[in-house]
Each structure stands twice: as structure tokens, then as C-alpha cells.
Design a binder for this molecule. Structure first.
Ligand code: PAF
Length: 332
């Protein structure tokens, strides 16, 4: 262990404004460490998780950075009955796509009526119901991150890959400048923060990456890099071709050649990784297939388009999403 910085429990005063993270998975914990101990201007007492229990508690966390240094922190996990929820002015939602509505919507009335929400999950779809459920002054920003983090155990996370985080306004009031600056502080050479307006084209591009890599790695039980093999070329081209057509009917113009180049670039950049869907299937967890290829199928249906490749992937992954269909020892 090279560096430690055990932080004191929160001494938050009533008037304090808080940043909260919903979802303490690998990305949620990565965001916590980036906003606290790893921030160039660390402000440790205003970032907290929101838990599932009624009671607030403290939790020791370890974060292993790319230099193998271990940062220690003592995080507050706010209980669902804690009055401090009303002080949350920025909420980063880092749960899986299929958990967003269930985890977030019951919380909304407990948060500040001005609380700004950021959704950071794979896939698309939950933003519609979240936008509809927000109060008048609660704005919604959507985003996607290519940062990668691996859970070593429940409260120890290793930063396993750098990448861009892309964000953009979706509905309601804009994110206040002070909060935007706080997120911009996370920017560094290998971990840029980009703001896009409109944001949906960027999210469709990420959807294409996930629509190719996630189901194909889960179904073929392989690491991302193996999808560069010629045997997958025609299938990858068909998945992207269908997505481009659906996106166009949704008012989003994507360049098929540029998108395909980006998908192959991510396959190469993450070649040794096992995708999140591979891991979900391996561990017998639900997958984000409904919000990835399922979202393409749903939008295609609304536009009366046929998307046979995406439909087949949706059905095959749904059949696969049973415990122990992939040997989880190959993840190590
Ligand atoms: O879901 C994932 O695994 C990631 O979004 C990506 C980019 C496909 C890399 O594995």
C-alpha cells in the first residue's frame, strides 16, 4: 500500500449542499474516489452514497489507482430516511440500466426540489420515465463513460482503464455552473470530460459499441478483442447497419463507416477486457440487453422497421441470462 488517506466521517452541517452517488458498483465507487481523494481540489465531506437501507452508515473503501497506489476512504452511505437527502443538489446515478427507475424514482421526492440528476448507464430508455418523473426544477443530464473499473471485492475497486466521459443536458433546468465545474475538475489527459449538445447522438454512438460488443462477447464467451476476427465482420456490419437506420428514424444521423471504425477502435482498446454483459451472464445477474439491443428493437417497432440481427441477439441473450451459463473462473 503506497498511499493512504483515511478520511473522517462526514461532519456535514445542515446548510451543506451534497453530491450523492446512487449505486456503489465499480463505476459508482470510481466516481466517489475521483470526486474526493483523487480530485485536484478534494472536498471530502460533501460526497456520499445513497444506500438501500433506512439507516445511514459509514463504509471503508479502497481504491487502487493505475500506479497500484491504494487510497483509503471512509464513505457515508445515506439511509433512505436521512434528512440530508433533501440537501443533495447533484445525484450521479451509477446503477445498471435496468435498476434506474426502481432505485431512483421513489427517491426523487426526498431530494432537493432543485436537485440535478445525471444518468450514467449503458444503453438507452430509462431517461424517458426519469424525465417524466422529475419535479419542475430538477434538471436531467445524460452521460456515458469509457472509464473502466473492476471490483476486487465489494468495497475495493481497481481503476482498470482510462477513457472519456461524455455528458449533455437532456431536460429541465441546466446543470448549475458550480456543479459543472466540479465535474470538469475530473478532467485529465487520459480522462477527458466532454460536454455535448445535443447529447443523444453521442449516446447512440455508445449504444452501437454496446450493441456489438456486449451480446457478442456474452454469446461467444470471449474477451472483447476476439471480435476483431473476420468471422464476426458480417454480423457486426449488420448490427450497426440496423442501428443507423433506426437512429435516423429517431432523428439522429450517424455515419455508418465512422461508427464502424469507432466500434473496432473500442474492440482494440479494450481487447483484454470481458464486457459487462459477459460478466453479468457469468455471474448469473440480469443483463442490460433490454436497454441495449432491446432499445433498438423497441424504437424499430415504433418506426415499423425490421431489425432481425438485433432481435435475434435480444432473444439469444435473454435465453442465456441464467446462472452459470458461462464459467466465471475465466473472468480472473
Ligand atoms: O459494457 C461494457 O463492457 C463497456 O461499455 C465496453 C465499452 C463495451 C467495454 O467492455
Amino acid at each position: 500500500m503506497v498511499k493512504t488517506s483515511l478520511l473522517p466521517p462526514s461532519s456535514t452541517h445542515d446548510s451543506h449542499r451534497l453530491i450523492a452517488i446512487l449505486g456503489a458498483g465499480a463505476i459508482g465507487q470510481l466516481m466517489y474516489h475521483k470526486l474526493t481523494v483523487c480530485s485536484p481540489t478534494p472536498e471530502v465531506d460533501d460526497v456520499m452514497f445513497i444506500g438501500r437501507d433506512k439507516q445511514t452508515r459509514q463504509q471503508k473503501l479502497d481504491f487502487i489507482n493505475d500506479k497500484q497506489q491504494c487510497h483509503k476512504a471512509l464513505a457515508t452511505i445515506l439511509g433512505t430516511e436521512d434528512n440530508r437527502l433533501a440537501q443533495v443538489e447533484l445525484l450521479l446515478v451509477c446503477v445498471k440500466a435496468y435498476q434506474v427507475e426502481l432505485a431512483l424514482i421513489p427517491l426523487l421526492t426526498k431530494l432537493s426540489p432543485q436537485c440535478h440528476i445525471v444518468l450514467l448507464h449503458n444503453g438507452l430508455g430509462p431517461h424517458f420515465s426519469v424525465a417524466a418523473a422529475l419535479a419542475k426544477h430538477q434538471g436531467l443530464t445524460l452521460g456515458t463513460t469509457s472509464q473502466a473499473a473492476l471490483k476486487q471485492n465489494q468495497w475495493q475497486v481497481k481503476h482498470s482503464g482510462f477513457g472519456v466521459t461524455q455528458l449533455g443536458h437532456f431536460s429541465g433546468p441546466l446543470m448549475p455552473t458550480a456543479l459543472k465545474m466540479r465535474l470538469n475538475n475530473l478532467h485529465s489527459d487520459h480522462q477527458p470530460i466532454e460536454w455535448h449538445q445535443p447529447v443523444l447522438p453521442v449516446l447512440w454512438q455508445k449504444l452501437a459499441i454496446n450493441a456489438v460488443i456486449n451480446p457478442l462477447t456474452a454469446l461467444n464467451q470471449c474477451a472483447n478483442g476476439q471480435l476483431a476476427a473476420t468471422q464476426y465482420q458480417a454480423q457486426i456490419a449488420a448490427i450497426i447497419g440496423e442501428l443507423v437506420q433506426v437512429a435516423q428514424c429517431d432523428g439522429i444521423n450517424l455515419d455508418k463507416a465512422a461508427l464502424s471504425a469507432r466500434v473496432y477502435q473500442v474492440i482494440a482498446l479494450t481487447s483484454a477486457n470481458f464486457s459487462s454483459m459477459y460478466q453479468d451472464v457469468a455471474h448469473g445477474r440480469p443483463t442490460e440487453i433490454h436497454e441495449i439491443n432491446g432499445y433498438i428493437c423497441q424504437q424499430a417497432k415504433a418506426h415499423q422497421l425490421d431489425v432481425p440481427q438485433n432481435q435475434a441477439l435480444l432473444e439469444r441473450v435473454l435465453r442465456l441470462s441464467k446462472p452459470n451459463n458461462i464459467n466465471s473462473t475465466s473472468l480472473k
